[in-house]
Design a protein around this ligand. Sequence first.
Ligand SMILES: Cc1ncc(COP(=O)(O)O)c(C=O)c1O
Length: 333
Amino acid sequence: MSHSFEIPPRLSLAQTPTPLQPLNRLSDRFGGPRIWLKRDDLTGSVLSGNKIRKLEFILARALEQGCDTLITCGGLQSNHCRATALIGAQLGLKVCLVLRGRPDGFPDGNYLLDQLAGAEIRTYSAHTYQAELPKLLDAWADECREQGLKPWVIPTGASDSHGAWGYVQASRELQADYRQCHITPEYVVSACGSGGTLAGLFLGHQAYCPKTQVLGMAVCDDAEYFRQKVDADIDTLCRLYSIKLTPNPDQLEVNDAYIGEGYAQAGPEVFDTIRLMAATEGVVLDPVYTGKAFHGLLTELKNGRFQDCNDIVFVHTGGVFGLFPYREFLASP
Ligand SMILES: Cc1ncc(COP(=O)(O)O)c(C=O)c1O
């Protein structure tokens, strides 16, 4: 049974539909199910990855309300902040970024692109950021209002019940992909950092492809945290948009076994997976999100977890610019 509901207005920013491609060489190498990649790293060159799908919905609302300034937050190498900085430049909006971490040396990766895009940036120590984030965002929004601007605050990772529409819409796209490729994947898998992608994928797959189980590979917080975050985002989305769909909790799984040392800390096994994917399939993953998540997926596969499956889809959520600050762990000797 598939549900249909009206998808709210969105800006057209992402290059979609993105391809769904089989990783034949990788699948031959490991045996077991065929692995497919949904190439959401190709939603754009710099306006790329999963964030841009979420921002399409969030920005449609913000512009409708007359906003002229975007305020958002994340780590120094946040993909979301980079996408927001560049889309702000494209749309002629002022962008204010509250970043966690103090830069050292030359700016690199996403942080360099934030600067190029002309975003106004304030950086804080991890401690201050963690303790005071809501206060920092509110204070900057007040400052903007005092200057006669109309600010719009976007939460971490654009992961709220509006941003989640990005992956409800992407699930509808995947439904068409699955049909075209004549597959009914047992699993669709994605990295899970702030939960919005997973919430959208889960609700969207329940609506359009309910036979496919949704698996989130956590890269920071634990499984319980993400289950609650996904439930809360879906509850709010359904209430705000009058959607009558109760997702089957058995069709969602969060795996937190591959977080390693913590957020943005990757072990040698993740860098090995990144090398393997680049050299075997010509696909570049990043150490913070996709590389960690894909390493988890491959390890589960090698351990026989998916032996009864035919097809598994991994959503490549982008993040390539986050690779470069890790060059010391990736460079050939
Ligand atoms: C490249 C990349 N992949 C995956 C994620 C995780 O998505 P979400 O924050 O929606 O869980 C993020 C952001 O957090 C990201 O930047």
